[in-house]
Structure formats: structure tokens, C-alpha cells
Design a protein around this ligand. Structure first.
Ligand code: ADP
Ligand code: MG
Length: 345
């Protein structure tokens, strides 16, 4: 009798170990069975892969969530809340709680990064053609006058209202995908999913500390100078989010212009980094960070990491060398020969 109890306890423990969450459930189907779904939203091909019995419902809920958020936060959709904010002619606009929350977060990150993250660069991005693909290099005078229309500190948030000075326009491109990832993960959980991975073009977010087979998630860090990945990272639940100049750029007269701008100069950031990856618990935080780290460069990124201490990072420098933080030292592996520096506290 006692033996049987011990045996069943052991079996339950095994079931718990091989599943993602902490609910001791006997799976009805093979927990390794997965379903995927894709959606094109936020200018990105997004794929959700979920495991377990509730996977199909989870994938649908997650992709629907991303489509819903794109409608809410699009700069170009005339029905979006951001469009309304941008076309209020200096007046106040009422927005939903979730938009207000993301705006407040973006303004906090503007301050925390010394202005490296700035959601008010839209007029400058447009002048460079990054919003349409009709690229051009604006002259110094044009950039100087456009920069007068920027500065996230001029945005004021009330009780679910936003007010921009006339002529200012915002774009949540640097944080929306990460936040949408968080909300998609929440939608998956709501459907009962305990294991899932989201690939939102350079943004990877996971649900569950391991895959159903008990192994960690293995995530590739893209090689900015070639095909495939330059390194891999094994992680638990969380976000691994990369910003790189290779995502969107154009070339003119032998010079390459990339889509992440330095808010101080109004020109593509030239900080010496080819890409910056932020690793942490929350998608929106890592998304804000990856853009900021890219703008700040290796030195500024290290300073921010020391100050905040609540994320890890992988920086790929333009000379091909890597900088990583100690928290991921054991789980990080180079797949190309390169110099590697580990930052320690
Ligand atoms: P991606 O969206 O390509 O994955 P990011 O998260 O780094 O990359 O966001 C880059 C986008 O954010 C740009 O396409 C642009 O719309 C906007 N952007 C560019 N520079 C900045 C900046 N310094 N701060 C905030 N947003 C920016
Ligand atoms: Mg970002």
C-alpha cells in the first residue's frame, strides 16, 4: 500500500517536472505536441508556437491579441488611439488604460535612459523616409528644425489623457512589439497554455521555464554580419529582444543609414554597435532597453546595466567582438569565432 503511494507520488512529481507550470496535471495528449500560428502585425511577421492541450485556443487568442494591439497603437491607421493623439492639434486626447500605461512606461524609460529612448521622433523618422521606405538624407538645417518638434519630456499624461504640443507626433515602434508580446503571453495563459514561444521578428518571448521535454529554450542571436545566428542563449521564461541596424536601412553614396535614431542628433545612431540584445522578465522593458542600448553604445549600455542591474545583455560591436553580462555567462555560447568580454558587477 505504502509502496503504491510512494510510486504514485513519484509519478506525479515526474509529471510536474516534465511540464511547464506547477499544476500537477496528467496530460490528455502528448505534451510535446505543438501548434503554430502566424500573423503580420506591427510591420512584423509574428509566429506563436504553443504546446499542450490548450495550444490551439492559445495560439488564436495570442494572434488576435497582437492584431488588436496593432489597431490600437498603429501610427498610420486613422482609427488608432496613437493616430488620434498625433492629430489632436495640441489638444488632449482620451486613451484607453492600456495605452496610457504604455505611454507612461515609455516616458519613464526616456528618463531612465538619459533620453536614448524617445517616442517623439516620428517627424524625424519620416524625414529620413523610414516610415514609408522613400529614403532620403535630410540636410542639417532640416534636421535641426525637426528636432525642435521632438522631446518626450514635452508629452503630458493626465488621467487616461495625452497631450502633445502641436506639430509633435509619437510612434511606439520601439516598445509596442515587446508589450504586445507580454499581452499575447497573458492571452495564452488565460487559455490554459503553460508552454509557448513567440517569435516577433527579433523579439523572442517564452512562457514556461522549460519546453515540455524539460529542456531550456534555446534562442539564437542573429549574426549582424552573416546568415543565421552568431550565438545562442539558453533561457527560462522571459524575453530576449534584439535591436539591430540590419533590420531596416538604406545606402546612399556609399554610406549606410539605419533606422534607429540618436534623439540628440536626429541622425541614425552610430554608437559602434551592430546589435544590442536585452534579456529579462518583461517584453516591453527588454524592447525599450534593446533600442536604448543600441543608441547608447557599449560604454553607455554598461553604465545603464550597472545602474539598474535588473537585466542582462549581449552587445555585438562593429569590430565583431561581443560583450555580455555575467548573469548569462553560463547559458551563452558563441557560434562564430569572436572576442568575448564578460561584464561583472
Ligand atoms: P525593431 O522594431 O526593428 O525590432 P526597435 O525595437 O529597436 O526595433 O525599434 C525601432 C523603431 O523605433 C524604429 O523603426 C523607429 O520607428 C523607432 N525609433 C527609432 N529610433 C528610436 C529611438 N531612439 N527611440 C524610440 N524609438 C525609436
Ligand atoms: Mg525596441
Amino acid at each position: 500500500m505504502r509502496k503504491t503511494t510512494l510510486l504514485s507520488t513519484a509519478l506525479i512529481c515526474l509529471a510536474m517536472l516534465s511540464s511547464c507550470g506547477d499544476k500537477p496535471e496528467v496530460p490528455a495528449g502528448d505534451p510535446n505536441t505543438k501548434s503554430s500560428g502566424s500573423v503580420f502585425a506591427m510591420d512584423t511577421y509574428m509566429t506563436v508556437t504553443a504546446y499542450g492541450d490548450d495550444r490551439e485556443a492559445g495560439v488564436s487568442a495570442a494572434t488576435e491579441e497582437m492584431t488588436r494591439l496593432e489597431k490600437l497603437w498603429s501610427v498610420t491607421d486613422e482609427q488608432s488611439e496613437i493616430y488620434a493623439v498625433n492629430h489632436a492639434g495640441g489638444g488632449s486626447t482620451a486613451v484607453s488604460g492600456e495605452t496610457a500605461e504604455l505611454l507612461e512606461f515609455a516616458l519613464d524609460m526616456h528618463e531612465a535612459t538619459g533620453g536614448a529612448l524617445d517616442i517623439s521622433l516620428y517627424p524625424v523618422l519620416r524625414a529620413w523616409g523610414f516610415t514609408t521606405g522613400e529614403y532620403r538624407v535630410p540636410d542639417e538645417e532640416e534636421i535641426a528644425s525637426l528636432l525642435e518638434k521632438t522631446g518626450a519630456e514635452k508629452i503630458s499624461l493626465g488621467d487616461n489623457t495625452v497631450t502633445l504640443p502641436e506639430d509633435m507626433e509619437i510612434d511606439l515602434g520601439a516598445v509596442a512589439k515587446g508589450c504586445a508580446g507580454d499581452k499575447a503571453v497573458a492571452a495564452l495563459k488565460e487559455q490554459g497554455v503553460e508552454c509557448a514561444i513567440l517569435d516577433l521578428g527579433g523579439n523572442i518571448q517564452t512562457l514556461g521555464e522549460t519546453k515540455p521535454d524539460g529542456t531550456k529554450w534555446k534562442i539564437g542571436i542573429r549574426d549582424p554580419y552573416g546568415e543565421g545566428s552568431a550565438a545562442t542563449l539558453e533561457t527560462g521564461e522571459g524575453a530576449v529582444i534584439t535591436s539591430g541596424g540590419y533590420e531596416r536601412y538604406f545606402e546612399q553614396d556609399g554610406k549606410v543609414y539605419k533606422h534607429i535614431l540618436d534623439p540628440k542628433t536626429g541622425r541614425p545612431a552610430e554608437s559602434g554597435l551592430a546589435s544590442a540584445t536585452a534579456i529579462g522578465d518583461e517584453g516591453r522593458y527588454c524592447d525599450a532597453l534593446s533600442t536604448s542600448l543600441y543608441v547608447l553604445g557599449a560604454e553607455g549600455a554598461e553604465e545603464l546595466w550597472r545602474k539598474r542591474g535588473d537585466f542582462d545583455m549581449v552587445l555585438i560591436c562593429e569590430d565583431g567582438s561581443f560583450v555580455i553580462t555575467e548573469g548569462i555567462e553560463q547559458s551563452f555560447q558563441l557560434t562564430v569565432p569572436a572576442e568575448l568580454k564578460v561584464l561583472r558587477k
